[in-house]
Design a protein around this ligand. Sequence first.
Ligand SMILES: [Zn+2]
Length: 372
Amino acid sequence: MLNLFDCLVCALVVSMLTACAGEPTEDCTNKVGADAPCACDDGYVGVGTRCVDGDEVDIDECAGVSCGDGGNCTHAIGESTPGNYTCVCASGYEGGGLTTPCRMAEDDVICPITDVVEDPVVVRRFQDNDLEHEVTEGRYRVIVPLDYASIADDLLAILPQCETYIETFLGYCRPWSKSIVHLGVYGSTKSKVENGVVYLGRLANVFSNWIHRDYWGQVTRICGETTLAHETVHTFQTPHAPAWLKEGQAQYLADVVLGERIYQCNETDMEICSDTACTTYPYWDLSDNNWEGGNKHLYYKTGACFWKILTDAYDTNKLRDVTRSLAAAPLEEVGVFPFSPETNALIINHHFVPYLDVNVWQKIARFGISDN
Ligand SMILES: [Zn+2]
């Protein structure tokens, strides 16, 4: 499997020498961008700028993949099919096997008490008037503009795995009988969840990037990067929770757990690193009612730090108990607004303190949430 780092290095070297030498083991038709290296044929893996027989090299297929909770990743030396790894599940977990993450045994999975069984309805969200292409497999359905039809198959291939990660992370099942993702060409980024349908609107040039199959190589990474995970998390959440909590959880999962972005959440600020650069941001006060507009991203990032601080401080199983509490015992009177200090205190006392401990107040004080 070519990982992103290899690709960057390859692209650099290849562009200095000659793009795609056309060795018998290389597929020159399957390139991302003019300077990108060739993709390797089945059975071969990219090492530097060459495609090498997969039987002769030890590639750590477990790097950057997740086998879910209760799962351990193993990979064999010189597998005949590069990119394959195996998930071995602890007791109490099921699933696993070839490239399939583990998940809690069915008995341990709960559905939200508001268990919604109605079918999600697709609404026209993009003013593109494009003809559309649609694929369905089981309960998963993907709709894309006809010009980018191949994206539908690629997305459909990763969607079940993406949802399994999220389901395992949250500890309860989706409240929707079907899972629908609707992609459309849109003038600026537009991501939204409405009645269980995930809408992703992007500029045409973004679709042109997505149409290259290589882009979809790393399931977890792509699930995080395209905001697919962020929006999908929303389809699992109860409406009866404040936005800082929901947006923070969606952002944490998409950015940190799946997107592999580094969040260094400090006492008064956060340093966030992507592949190429690190930036330091101030925290946003999560009790602030007026967070829309240009600083919206700070609100989301701060919310992600809220969840990261707690994940780092407590057992992930306890955090999952919190998430289940949010779903199974929602405080309906809380609504979405206002995020007054009283509302936030109610939420923390009801959903967090019983599963974590009273010290949780100290840990989240930096986000403007307090118990008085
Ligand atoms: Zn969101």
